[in-house]
Write a protein that binds this ligand. Structure first.
Ligand code: ATP
Ligand code: MG
Length: 261
C-alpha cells in the first residue's frame, strides 16, 4: 500500500494544490512512484498535471460512487507532462461532479467510500498525495479516513495559518471519528513567502513558534511557480526555476525521511 498523505487547510488559496503537485514532481524526480488523488471538485491539481478533462473519462467521483473495494484501480490516468519522470506520476483526477459525492454524506458508510475505492488499488505506488478542497466537509473527511498522514499547507497570512492550526486539530479528532486511529499529523508547508514584507516575516516566525520542528519548509514567492501551475508545466521545463525546484526537492527529502516508502 502507498503511504497516503492528505494535504489540507480549510482556507482557500493555502497553496495546497501547488504543494501537492510540486511535491509529486520532486518525489518522482527522486525515483519514487507517486499517485496524486484530487479530492477537490475544482480539479486544479489535475489540470496543472497536464490532465485534459473529458466527460468520458472516469474520475475519483465515479470511483467513490461505485462504493466497491479497489475500484480506483480502474481510474488511474497518466499525467500530461512531457518529461522523463512523468511516467512515475499517476493521477486520480477530479472534475466538478465530485461535488455530487459530498451530497451523499448521510448515506451509510459514506465517509469510508474513498478508502474503500483505494483498497488494493495503490499498492504499486510509493506515495499517494491527496489534494484536499478548502473545507473540512465530507470530501476532506473521506480523504482523512483513507490517509495515513496529514500535512497542512499555508501561505504567510494570519487567517491561513489559523486554518492550518485548525487542520492539525481537526486531524487529531478525525482519526477517532473516522475509524482511522493511526492517522497522524506530520507537518506544515509554508508557501509563497516574500521575505521583503515585514508582516510575512512575522507570520513565518509565528508558524515556527506554533509548529516548531514540524515546519517542513518555507517556499519563496516566485513567479515561475505560478507560471508553471498556470501553463500546466513541470517546473523542470520553466527557465530560471532552479531555486524553486531546489525548495521542493528539500521538501520531498523531508517527506521521504519522515515517511520512508
Ligand atoms: N511560491 C509561490 N510563488 C508564487 N505563486 C504561488 C506560489 N505557490 C503557489 N502559488 C500560486 O498561488 C495560487 C494559489 O495556489 P493554489 O491554487 O495551489 O492554492 P490552493 O490552496 O490549492 O487553493 P484552493 O483552496 O482553491 O484549492 C496559484 O495561482 C499558485 O500558482
Ligand atoms: Mg487547490
Amino acid at each position: 500500500m502507498a503511504r497516503r498523505i492528505a494535504i489540507g487547510n480549510n482556507k482557500g488559496g493555502a497553496k495546497k494544490s501547488t504543494h501537492t503537485v510540486r511535491l509529486a514532481e520532486a518525489l518522482a524526480k527522486a525515483g519514487k512512484v507517486v499517485g496524486v488523488a484530487e479530492m477537490d471538485p475544482q480539479g486544479n491539481a489535475s489540470r496543472r498535471l497536464g490532465y485534459k478533462d473529458d466527460p468520458s473519462k472516469l474520475t475519483v467521483s465515479e470511483a467513490i460512487a461505485a462504493n466497491a473495494e479497489g475500484v480506483a484501480a480502474q481510474v488511474w490516468h497518466p499525467i500530461g507532462w512531457q518529461t522523463e519522470y512523468a511516467d512515475r506520476i499517476t493521477l486520480l483526477p477530479a472534475r466538478h461532479t465530485l461535488e455530487d459525492r459530498a451530497l451523499e454524506a448521510g448515506q451509510r458508510g459514506a465517509y469510508r467510500r474513498f478508502a474503500k475505492a483505494l483498497h488494493g488499488a495503490d499498492d504499486h505506488l510509493d506515495y499517494l498525495l491527496i489534494d484536499c478542497q478548502p473545507s473540512f466537509g465530507h470530501l476532506t473527511q473521506m480523504a482523512l479516513a483513507a490517509a495515513h498522514y496529514a500535512v497542512a499547507s499555508t501561505e504567510c497570512e494570519h487567517d491561513c495559518i489559523g486554518g492550518a492550526v485548525k487542520y492539525r486539530d481537526f486531524v487529531a479528532d478525525a482519526g477517532i471519528d473516522l475509524a482511522n486511529p493511526d492517522l497522524e499529523f506530520l507537518g506544515i508547508i509554508v508557501g509563497e513567502y516574500d521575505q521583503r514584507v515585514p508582516d510575512q516575516r512575522d507570520q513565518v516566525a509565528g508558524v515556527r513558534e506554533i509548529f516548531g520542528d514540524a515546519v517542513w519548509g518555507v517556499i519563496p514567492q516566485r513567479a515561475v511557480i505560478a507560471y508553471a501551475d498556470g501553463q500546466a508545466l513541470p517546473l523542470d521545463q520553466v527557465p530560471r526555476s532552479g531555486p524553486s525546484r531546489a525548495a521542493f526537492e528539500l521538501l520531498a527529502e523531508r517527506l521521504m525521511k519522515e515517511v520512508p516508502a
